[in-house]
Design a protein around this ligand. Structure first.
Ligand code: ZN
Length: 307
């Protein structure tokens, strides 16, 4: 366990809860050491190791997200889908004072995800960074195999999850912080909060595998960071096809009250409120008139496309 506090010069690694308790007692008993109210609570808070900065792009039109993911300890970082350089490079320039960018990563080849790679690279001091993504991404240098892993800095372990359908080169990036046990997945245009991408290069069978075999196998507490902010329109559709779904109420309320929903919902919650992750249920079979999960998926997509 790692703890930190603005009252301590640097993070302290503790072995157990009882060690944390002893530490608090010692501080409290130290003469002339004033222990402010709430310090013991602060001592219990883990130092954040994986930091995710969302960079909204084309807000009001396509509502894309790029994400800057960094490891607090080593300061190594990657930028995911930096498609619009005018909105991304100022952030990277500012952050270059404190972070060490090690790669550009992409979720798939579409221009509004991978189309900024070359320009972003040319804006950086180090123009030879790897571009890690699907085979058709602009300037790609590395395409990790399905289920292969690599690290960002000291603490973030990345797993490549191939999810062909929206494009054949779609890869979702699962990241685990081994120090804090935090888990996230960057899903591009495969999984949205409350929805999924169009099947431009694939079939319902492929999207069913992507969502309900590959992504559904992730731990339920994995937080979802999609490639677009589409939640409000997804909720409209979900209300039509899941009228009696109580889990949808929470999503609808949150989407009403917040402009941004990325990182606020988990794979476990998506299984509860996202119709495309419920194609095996009787309610979705009834709504679509299909029984095979791949056929339910195709029909649902057709219904969503129709509006
Ligand atoms: Zn796309």
């Amino acid at each position: 366990m790692i703890i930190t506090s603005r009252f301590l010069a640097r993070p302290v690694r503790l072995l157990s809860t009882s060690a944390a308790f002893v530490s608090c007692i010692r501080l409290a008993n130290t003469p002339h050491f004033h222990v402010p109210a709430g310090l013991s609570q602060q001592l219990q808070q883990p130092l954040r190791k994986m930091h995710i900065q969302s960079i909204p792009m084309w807000v009001g039109s396509s509502n894309n997200y790029a994400y800057l993911v960094s490891d607090d300890e080593s300061k190594d970082a990657v930028i995911i889908d930096p498609a619009n350089p005018p909105e991304v490079t100022p952030v990277l320039a500012e952050k270059s004072k404190s972070l060490n960018l090690t790669a550009i990563m992409n979720t798939h080849h579409h221009w509004d995800h991978a189309g900024g790679n070359t320009k972003v690279l040319s804006s950086l001091a180090s123009r030879s960074l790897p571009v890690i993504g699907g085979r058709d991404c602009e300037g790609v240098t590395e395409t990790p195999a399905h289920n292969s892993t690599f690290s960002i800095g000291k603490n973030i372990r990345v797993t490549a999850l191939h999810t062909p359908c929206h494009t054949q080169d779609s890869i979702c990036w699962f990241m685990e912080d081994e120090a804090t046990d935090e888990r996230v997945v960057f899903t591009g245009d495969t999984l949205f909060i409350g929805g999924c991408g169009k099947f431009f290069e694939g079939s319902g069978a492929q999207m069913n595998r992507a969502l309900n075999e590959v992504l559904a196998a992730l731990p339920d507490d994995t937080r979802v960071y999609p490639g677009h902010e589409y939640t409000k329109s997804n909720v409209k559709f979900l209300k039509k096809v899941l009228p009696d779904n109580r889990a949808l109420d929470e999503l609808a309320r949150f989407a009403d009250e917040n402009q941004q929903t990325q990182g606020k919902f988990t794979i476990g919650q998506e299984k509860a409120h996202n119709a495309f992750m419920r194609v095996h249920t009787d309610e979705m079979k009834k709504v679509t008139g299909q029984t095979d999960p791949a056929a339910v998926m195709d029909k649902l997509r057709e219904m969503k496309n129709a509006g």
